[in-house]
Structures are given as C-alpha cells and as structure tokens.
Design a protein around this ligand. Structure first.
Ligand code: FE2
Length: 295
C-alpha cells in the first residue's frame, strides 16, 4: 500500500498509512512526511511496533536527535531509557510506578500544562515523536493546538502588538506555576531562562504562528504581571476547541508533531496503572532570536 496522508481534524492533523517505520525509509517517503508535517503539523501513525533503536533511527530522518539531558531533574543514574529517548512515562528505572510524592513524578506533571517541547532551550526542538508502548486505561489523552490557526484568528491590532515581543522561557516557570519551586543550584543553572520570539515564521511555508508555552514566564520590557496576563489571554485564545485535536492513544500509535507550529498537553490519567510513552526529539536548527547573554 502506498504512503497516504488523510486529514483527520478540520484545521490540522493527518493520519499516515502505507508505511512501516521500523524499516529504513526511502528518500521520497521522508520528503512526503516532511511535506505532511509542514502542512498538517501533527501526523498520527497507527500500529507502528517499534523498538527504541528503530524510533531513534526514524527520528534521524528529519534531523539530529536532541540530547534529552538538561530537560529534566532526573539524574543520569536514575534514567530508565537511553539518553536519545525522553521518558514521559510514570515509571521508575526498575519499571515500578513512581510514588505519589516522587520528585520526578511531580516535575513531570508539568507536561499536563500546554507547552511546546524544549522551548526552554536556546535552540528549541523541531519535531517530537511519541510512541505509545503501554496505554493507561483511564485518561492520558494528548491534546494538540494549532498555533498557526490561533495566530491567523487574531485581529490586526493584536498581531501588531505582539509581533516583536520576546519571551523568557524556563522549566522553572512552568513548574513554578504548579507550586514546584524547590531547585538545587545545579538545576537553577540548568534551567536558566532563554529568550524566544512570541511570533514565529515557519522556515518552509512562511506561515506565522504563536510560539506559546507554559515555560514562558515573562516578556522583555514588560512588568511580570502584565506579561503573564498577555500570555494567559493568548493561551486561552490559542487553545479554544476549534484549534484543538484530542488524541486518544492506542498501543503502538506513534504521533509526530512540529513544536514550531503546535502546543500540546497530556491529560490526567490513572496513576495506579503504568503509562509507558517514549519520545524522540528532533533538534531545531536555529534560535528563534539571536540569544542575548543575560550576564
Ligand atoms: Fe511535551
């Protein structure tokens, strides 16, 4: 069966059939998938039974893997997966379910806030690729919001107001908004805020989009409460139901999204059961602005 992409939401998201991503891809297949990502921003691949190695190999078709270090509080010796994999499960290294008060678990609850992966990195992520290995029986949907549609729906005045705004992003802002505020000095250095444009332009399509994320905690030149209410209003606008796709996971689903064009969040689930989801991340290739050293 030939590769085909069918749009499954009124404004974005395609479902991909006719491909086996456990095998090396042909150049024209990669090109078709990249074109699909540019157009739909989220691609759903049902029934892809893959290993971590195969998932990393698939991701490398689209660029370099982002090193997952620096994006979490989990220490290297406590990691369950290879450093090329992001562990977004509720599992400890030994495969047991994380304790309720586990610092790792509480930190990861931040993924339930709308965000764009790695917006806290100086060069933020391009694609994220998430494979469902064990699906939780209750909840755990992932929701996606189209930031191009959100931008398009702003009026001219709102667009002009935000056009040149620069935000500060840090994992400490997203986690802090949930009351997770205790960090070691090493973590504070690792999570030092970075600057990102609020309005991005897609390098291929030229479409503009809102670059929002719960990691954004300030806007340069504005007092914090004013910045945060602007960001909160924009987030509310951008995540209205018309712009949101809800993905209900089936085992071996693989979903790939463009962090430059969408936000996402996971919904709460039953923590007495495992949820084993594994992400590979394709690194971005440029800062959204020239970084200015805070020192
Ligand atoms: Fe995420």
């Amino acid at each position: 069966m030939a590769l085909a992409i069918r749009q499954i939401h009124p404004v974005f998201v395609g479902e991909v059939t006719g491909i086996d991503i456990s095998k090396p891809l042909a150049r024209d297949e990669v090109a078709a998938l990249e074109a699909g990502m540019d157009r739909y921003a989220v691609l759903v691949y049902p029934d892809q039974r893959i290993t971590d190695e195969q998932q990393m190999a698939f991701a490398r078709n689209f660029g370099q893997l982002e090193d997952s270090r620096g994006g979490n509080i989990t220490r290297a010796q406590d990691r369950r997966l290879d450093s090329g994999m992001n562990d977004v499960s509720n599992l400890a290294k030994d495969g047991s379910i994380l304790e309720r008060e586990s610092r790792q678990r509480l930190f990861n609850i931040g993924n339930m806030l709308w965000h764009s992966d790695s917006s806290f990195r100086p060069i933020p992520a391009k694609y994220s690729i998430l494979s469902a290995r064990t699906v939780n029986p209750a909840g755990g949907n992932t929701e996606y919001a189209d930031m191009r549609a959100a931008y398009d729906a702003l009026d001219d005045k709102a667009r002009a107001e935000i056009e040149d705004m620069i935000c500060e992003h840090s994992l400490m802002y997203s986690r802090g908004s949930l009351g997770f505020v205790d960090y070691t000095e090493e973590e504070k250095a690792m999570f030092r805020p970075v600057r990102q444009r609020l309005v991005r332009t897609h390098p291929v399509t030229g479409r503009k989009s809102l670059y929002l994320s719960s990691h954004a905690g300030g806007i340069l030149g504005l007092p914090i409460p004013e910045a945060r209410i602007i960001l909160r209003d924009l987030n509310e606008h951008a995540t209205q139901p018309a712009f949101v796709y809800v993905h209900q996971w089936r085992q071996w689903d693989l979903v790939m999204w463009d962090n430059r064009q969408v936000m996402h969040r996971v919904r709460r689930y039953d923590d007495s059961h495992p949820r084993d989801m594994r992400r590979t991340t394709v690194a971005g290739d440029a800062p959204t602005i020239a970084q200015v050293d805070a020192a």
